[in-house]
Design a protein around this ligand. Sequence first.
Ligand SMILES: [Zn+2]
Length: 551
Amino acid sequence: MSSAAPDRSVALVGGHVYAGAGVTRPGGVAVRAGLIVAVGSDDEVLAASGSAAEVIQLAGGLVSPSFGDAHLHPVNAGVELGQCDLHDARSAAECFDRVAAYAAEHPDDEWILGAGWSVEHFPGGMPSRVDLDRIVPDRPVLLHNRDHHGAWVNSRALAAAAITRATPDPADGRIERDASGEPTGTLQEGAVRLVRAVAPTPSRRALQEGLLRAQSRCFELGITNWQDALLRQHSPGIDGLTPYLDALDAGTLVAKVNGAIWWDRNRGPEQLEEILAAADRVGAGRTRFRATAVKIMVDGIVENFTASLSKPYRDASGRETDNFGISFLERDDLIEAVELIDRHGLQVHFHALGDRAVATALDAVENARRANPAGAARHQLDHLQMVQPEDVRRFRVVRAVANIQPLWACIDDQMTAMTIPFIDPSLVDRHYPFADLEAAGATLAAGSDWPVSSLNPFDGMHVAVNRTPVGVGAEPFLPHQRLRLATVWDAYTAGVAYVNGRDDEFGNLAPGMAADLVVVDRNPFELADSEIASARVVSTWVDGRPVYEHD
Ligand SMILES: [Zn+2]
């Protein structure tokens, strides 16, 4: 299609343009020197781009601001794509086969590392070391599950980490055990760290390759900007910034990335100095990479009973327990940390999943706004699996962005087997209240949490609009919480630009904005709601240059 130099003119004509708020018009976009110079009818676009412009036919498709992703883990995702990849496995048996095949293909690897198994494929969400021992008896195996809040290990890995029946659970996690107290091979949350600490870490080069693999995958799906939701030390000497800084040096980072630096919940406010130094190391004004946020995990997830809830979990027979989940930080410590981070102008990116975690995170933002009324940091709460009505209203009041992972808002096997039976029925009704948040004036940004779930924005849009899984005719989950396509489209474009503080650079089609574009093969706004996920990306553009073209 085009190998245009950055100063060349391009006219994209013969389709529809996305004008925001769900409005599409016939026409196209004119691009010069990497910027949008006109948005309008074909005649207007051709006039604005000049006679020397390269003309690209949209063939009835839609040109939109390219997508962003407000929460993903691209480096890990890219590395995992090169390891024992279980993401597509549809059963425990398929997992066993893949591990066996991978082990056979990698006879010299000292460890078998991988990720992507689903909790719903194993009884109680807990696979057994015995199965892995049968397949790989001679080497340690460490396989993260799809949501990365737990892992499956074999006996060799337990031995390498010196985990025995005598090993106590860490404060922030759990070693699953059988009736006799023997570890079974499933580790939850902080317990995974015990094995990860002795497993080999990816080399600097592997991280670099992982990032570039992820970047290509993003471009294929029309995503050109994102927030890396967790910049954390990979290994001694290699921190979360390293892959990005290496790619900047090599000139291979083309996407526009903001990053969230990990807040170590086992340390105190003194770590802010290091975070500020890291943000400084990146520098403030770079286009391709900025470290502008601090990631704080307020709680865990429902499936392993670590999401922080207002009502106690139930056991397998439906009886109330005394477990309300985990708050990773003491409330006062959280409030102090957020006030401090806010005072330094950085965004707090909260993992806040249970309703009690959401309330506490909003309390912390409210306190920071009171303590620092002039503060402009765009704090965001992510996941928002359950939100109480009184908290829905507070997003707008305290100016917190609701960062939603739309793909999760449906009844799938995981919801049926791992969530609904174990929580109070009143909490089921408070699940993913996207329409309530919109009605209350919350700013929405959307993200995938890839590799936890599909990176494809059309999949997320499908669920947000239908509240059913992609490709499956099912009962919609709380259908009154459906969003219009326009709302979720804007959350994937302008919303992500806003939460990253970059809404003056991209996320809208307007003259002067970067020509970061996605061309879609049809106009999704003219499709039935059930057909949204059938849309395909034709090409993706960054600064007026194609970075992906479907052939
Ligand atoms: Zn995440």
